[in-house]
Design a protein around this ligand. Structure first.
Ligand code: BMA
Length: 316
């Protein structure tokens, strides 16, 4: 008898995809890769919306249960602003949100698509209505960035993914430090893409903002598998030491989430699951992800099971 029992860590929401372009109050091609946080007792998503020029902007959506009845702003919340920020020339993409308690503001790291390639921009906000733009904080090519929610050993810390352009060098997750959130230095690789036949060979990048746990900082990252039919974007997990996040203590061997359902397999870019944020609610870990660069979907896991499974994979 075939054993079809297949227990996955994450379960998809039955209403997936939970947000599509049809839910937007204005005309757009697609909505995906949203940053996530809790704000005023609601779930707040900062949606990446792509217009019919192929360029993206960011728009706030709110929901009481984090699943349905999304209230989406009538206008972009962060629109490309190339006259003040020339690096926004071809749009702004893929926001990650971290609440910085020490300054009472939310930090949004996002990609500005500049003439010289994608780079990391920063904006701060208290209310998700007005946004204090700090401009480009890392040169191109760089993306997949998120801040730790607090200073570590007296400094702000960011994870990000520079891309050398030379595919042979691979693309890896790096760490950088700052005293003022704008100037970043002491860049170093902390998590390397694997090699050969691995699902996360050659090219990886951070996905969700670091989440504090009793076992260290939990992060998720994507592994990009190049196949003759195109790329497959899947998700892995890692734990970083609480005091020194340069140290990766655990890393999943297997991917923990990958494209399977039709809305993940087909779309503008098929075979992609791409979260830009997650939320922990009691023992539930809610992963909001872009599906096939077309819509937004939700998957949840039991937080203790996520940690239990990851703790089985220590890094030597
Ligand atoms: C990555 C990012 C994401 C996108 C993914 C799949 O490089 O640009 O915005 O979802 O590719 O197209």
């Amino acid at each position: 008898m075939p054993n079809s029992e297949h227990r996955e860590l994450f379960s998809r929401n039955e209403n997936n995809p939970i947000i599509t372009y049809k839910d937007l109050p204005y005309r757009a091609n697609s909505v995906f890769n949203a940053g996530v946080t809790e704000f005023e007792n609601e779930t707040l998503l900062l949606l990446r919306v792509e217009d019919y020029r192929g360029q993206s902007h960011l728009t706030v959506a709110r929901s009481k249960d984090g699943i349905s009845n999304w209230r989406i702003e009538e206008k972009p919340s962060i629109a490309p602003d190339p006259s003040n920020f020339p690096e926004d020339k071809w749009g702004v993409e893929d926001p990650r949100i971290s609440y910085l308690e020490e300054i009472g503001k939310y930090a949004i790291t996002f990609v500005s698509y500049s003439e010289k390639g994608p780079l990391v921009s920063l904006a701060l906000t208290k209310d998700f209505k007005s946004f204090e733009r700090k401009g480009a904080v890392l040169p191109p090519n760089d993306k997949d960035a998120a801040l730790f929610p607090k200073k570590i050993n007296g400094e702000w810390v960011m994870l990000h993914r520079p891309y050398p352009g030379d595919a042979d060098d691979g693309a890896h997750v790096h760490i950088s430090y700052s005293s003022d959130l704008v100037n970043w230095d002491r860049r170093k690789i902390i998590l390397k893409a694997r090699d050969g036949g691995w699902w996360d060979a050659k090219k990886i990048g951070l996905n969700t903002q670091p989440l504090p746990t009793e076992h260290g900082w939990l992060i998720s990252y994507h592994g990009v598998r190049q196949t003759c039919a195109g790329c497959i974007y899947r998700l892995g997990l890692a734990l970083l030491d609480t005091e020194n996040p340069e140290i990766v203590t655990h890393r999943s061997e297997e991917w923990v989430f990958g494209p399977k359902e039709s809305y993940e397999l087909q779309g503008d870019v098929g075979n992609v699951v791409f979260p830009c944020g997650w939320l922990k609610k009691d023992n539930e870990l809610r992963l909001y992800y872009g599906a096939a660069d077309t819509s937004i979907a939700l998957a949840t896991a039991k937080f203790d099971e996520v940690l239990e499974q990851l703790l089985l994979n220590p890094v030597d």
